[in-house]
Design a protein around this ligand. Structure first.
Ligand code: NAD
Length: 389
């Protein structure tokens, strides 16, 4: 649909143009959501973030067709009095801001808890006080581990979906001990979900909570030493991409046995747009957003990425394709992990008629094509540089 034609919601009603206050708009998900809103809708975006590199292409030059519909405000929500005013200007608030890289959860637990809970508090409060609708980004990590992970390894019940399928309104949140600081992120996200839910129940806040299940695609995180710190550890897609670009073996943490479902960012963004434009169907709900058909172990993901990268780059796979590292070595003390994450899709199917479309192979092909085009030359230069003495 072109932005000029009137958009229609799932119940056949025309959609009024909204002003959206998007916090964390400069991140991976925010950049794709801004792109979608600019190219396919006539909604306005107040884009708040400390960085804007990933949305620069939407902000300049001024001749862009959506000129005037997106405004960037560089601010840190921890300490900026402009936040309240910007929320007041909007019809809808979307909060994406968070520290959300696993390498931080056990090494910077205080920052992780402050970012995911304390810093989100004023956003929820202002929305509640000024009657603004809120779409809050949580995580599939709030489920923690599956019930099945506590069964004996050889128990046939482990194959029974009742023991692993993650359901928004039924499944418990199962975290490890406090020493396993990895769970600081999940626990902070759980508490902010409970707060948002309680504001809904007690003060009538109109809210939607999103639980992303491993959304991946272009612009996710950074490549260490190129557009992020050399010592930084991004999420798995960027870690493996970095290894592939450098021709190094991919590092598998604790055997790469964890199972994950990956969904293409562009599919997931469709779900978010449906939430934005169908408030009557989305309010008061928590939604799993993932692709249950794209399940692999992290080891299988590595193997697939090696094949796909070799195809899109025209290079030979590394002689030693993968190496094993312990989680203690890779992530440090206090690391732990969820065993398996399959989203139940009943609620999002029913409320928003949404289904993911892109297979894992296809989404890796387009993502690794992007990674190769964006970074291969820069990596070559870095590798060619003599090491400073
Ligand atoms: P991201 O790190 O790319 O984006 C987050 C953005 O928020 C960044 O641009 C960051 O600069 C900004 N931000 C953080 N703190 C801020 C502050 N104090 N003030 C202003 N801006 C701030 O991450 P993402 O993948 O886009 O994730 C967005 C949200 O979705 C997060 O809440 C995350 O927990 C959640 N999530 C994402 C996934 C996924 O698969 N990508 C999975 C689970 C949950």
């Amino acid at each position: 649909a072109s932005p000029s034609s009137t958009r229609i919601d799932l119940d056949g009603n025309p959609i009024k143009p909204l002003t959206i206050c998007m916090i964390g708009a400069g991140g991976f998900i925010g950049s794709h959501l801004c792109e979608k809103l600019m190219s396919e809708t006539s909604h306005k975006v107040l884009a708040l973030d400390v960085y804007n590199d990933k949305i620069k292409h939407l902000l300049e030059p001024e001749s862009l067709p959506w000129n005037g519909r997106i405004h960037f405000h560089r601010l840190n929500i921890k300490n900026d009095s402009r936040l309240e005013g910007l929320i007041k200007m909007a019809d809808l608030v979307i909060n994406l801001a968070a520290i959300c890289t696993p390498a931080d959860y056990n090494t910077r637990p205080l920052d992780t808890i402050y970012s995911n809970f304390i810093d989100a508090l004023p956003v929820v409060k202002y929305c509640s006080e000024t009657n603004k609708r809120l779409i809050h980004f949580s995580t599939c990590e709030v489920y923690g581990k599956t019930i099945g992970s506590y069964l004996p390894k050889d128990s046939p019940l482990r194959q029974d979906p009742a023991y692993y399928m993650l359901k928004e309104d039924v499944s418990p949140c199962i975290f490890g001990s406090i020493e396993k600081q990895r769970w600081s992120y999940a626990c902070a996200k759980q508490l902010i979900e409970r707060l948002v839910y309680a504001e809904g129940a007690e003060s009538g806040l109109e809210f939607t909570i999103v639980r992303p299940f491993n959304w991946i695609g272009p612009r996710m995180d950074f490549i260490p030493g190129i557009d992020g710190p050399s010592e930084g550890v991004p999420r798995v897609l960027a870690c493996f991409s970095n290894n592939l670009l450098r021709g190094e073996p991919l590092k598998l943490v604790d055997g790469g046995e964890s199972q994950r479902t990956f969904v293409y960012i562009k599919d997931a963004i469709e779900a978010v747009l449906l939430m934005i434009e169908n408030p009557a169907r989305a309010n008061g709900h928590i939604f799993n957003v993932g692709n249950p058909n794209n399940e692999v172990t992290v080891r299988q993901l590595a193997e697939m990425m090696i094949q796909v990268y070799s195809k899109v780059s025209g290079t030979q796979p590394p002689e030693t394709p993968t190496i094993d590292v312990s989680s203690k070595e890779f992530y440090g003390e206090g690391y732990d992990d969820s065993d398996k994450r399959i989203p139940d899709m009943t609620i999002i199917n029913k409320q928003l008629e949404w289904n993911p479309k892109t297979s894992l192979w296809d989404l890796l092909e387009s993502t690794l094509t992007y990674q190769h085009r964006t970074y291969a030359e820069a990596i070559k230069k870095v590798i060619a540089q003599p090491i400073a003495s």
